[in-house]
Design a binder for this molecule. Structure first.
Ligand code: SAM
Ligand code: DTB
Ligand code: SF4
Length: 321
């Protein structure tokens, strides 16, 4: 069992085609070889700039083009972000992710975000940001400020991407991922399932991720949150087993990555979440809100962890905590 970057699309599709139990068994074997069982990494999300985004991502409540009733909020003040990070740390999070509804950050915005990163880092938390497209120079600045992870999702296959977003290309997305990697940051990159894509699109997304020169350190698998007012509001519900399959295949293809059970947990039963952990998910977003939509109550998550005897993953660098 070794980490591979040369997966073929046929191999990925063959994994998806396995009987469910065989796929789960294979995923568990990889999980137990490369990851700590019964341990889940906890990230907290904060929307530091909300709505009025010029992009047209069909799933997103923050696009200026769709009337979703969202309250637009300017870039937050640094102190307010630091206070939220302190609270997140208190409640057990080890990573603090700051999300901004930008196509790409403007120089003034970046300066302020950099101040936030320094504050959050000083608290001993791992830092993550998702700010849209960044240039090589911006990625270097973010890294120098102490940014540990940059989140930038490919979201779906290259072919289906064109049906979901018209304001940027798959190549743009790959360019940002390259800039982030070259600046020496950890890459957080995954996608969304349940947008009406075909099984082949899910296979192509995971194939693209698994054949990058280095696998992303974090792979968020989001289930579409169907927000009223967005073009995808009436998408058909995904078969939950297909969601779990996506997690299991991601686990097998990228053994060292943290696979994150991301958006959509509010629509999932505890049993489906447990199945997702069984399939190899070992990270979640914790806290009542994702960016703009709901997430399970922290009490509920704590109870779920107790029932499953799952422990929160400790910070790697304990000295920083
Ligand atoms: N604007 C930046 C960008 O697009 O990279 C950063 C923020 S954006 C909201 C981050 C990610 O959230 C998207 O790439 C997408 O994967 C996810 N997302 C947005 N809306 C979602 C929804 N309704 N359901 C599931 N995931 C969603
Ligand atoms: C990711 O893959 N999922 C998070 C995070 N990265 C930034 C965002 C989910 C957003 C869900 C819709 C919302 O709350 O606005
Ligand atoms: Fe903007 Fe990001 Fe939402 Fe797309 S996903 S509309 S880029 S905030």
């Amino acid at each position: 069992m070794k980490v591979r970057n040369d997966w073929t699309l046929a191999e990925v599709e063959a994994l998806f085609a396995l009987p469910f139990m065989d796929l789960m068994f294979a995923a568990q074997q990889v999980h137990r070889r490369f990851q700590v069982p019964n341990s889940v990494q906890i990230s907290t999300l904060l929307s530091i700039k909300t709505g009025a985004c010029p992009e047209d991502c069909a799933y997103c409540p923050q696009s200026v083009r769709y009337d979703t009733g969202l309250k637009v909020e300017e870039l937050m003040e640094v102190d307010a972000v630091a206070a939220r990070a302190r609270a997140a740390k208190q409640s057990g999070a080890t990573r603090f992710c700051m999300g901004a509804a930008y196509r790409s950050p403007k120089p003034n915005d970046l300066r302020k975000v950099i101040a936030m990163i320094r504050e959050v880092k000083a608290l001993g938390l791992e830092t993550c940001a998702t700010l849209g497209m960044v240039s090589a120079a911006q990625a270097v600045e973010l890294k120098a400020a102490g940014l540990d992870y940059y989140n930038h999702n490919l979201d779906t296959s290259a072919a289906y991407y064109e049906k979901i977003i018209s304001t940027r290309t798959y190549q743009d997305r790959l360019g940002t991922l390259r800039a982030v990697r070259e600046a020496g940051m950890n890459v957080c990159c995954g996608g969304i399932v349940g947008m009406g894509e075909q099984p082949r699109d899910r296979a192509e997304l995971l194939h693209t991720l698994a054949t990058l020169a280095e696998h992303p350190e974090s792979v968020p698998i989001n289930q579409l949150v169907r927000v009223a007012g967005t073009p995808l509001a009436d998408s058909a519900a995904l078969d939950p087993f297909d969601f779990v399959r996506t997690i299991a295949v991601a686990r097998i293809l990228m053994p060292r990555a943290h696979v994150r059970l991301s958006a959509g947990r509010n629509d999932m039963s505890d049993e489906l979440q447990a199945l997702s952990f069984m399939a190899g998910a070992n990270s979640i977003f914790y806290g009542e809100k994702l960016l703009t939509t709901g997430n399970p109550d922290t009490e509920h998550d704590q109870r779920l962890f107790q029932r499953l005897k799952i422990a929160a993953e400790p910070l790697k660098n304990a000295a920083a905590a």
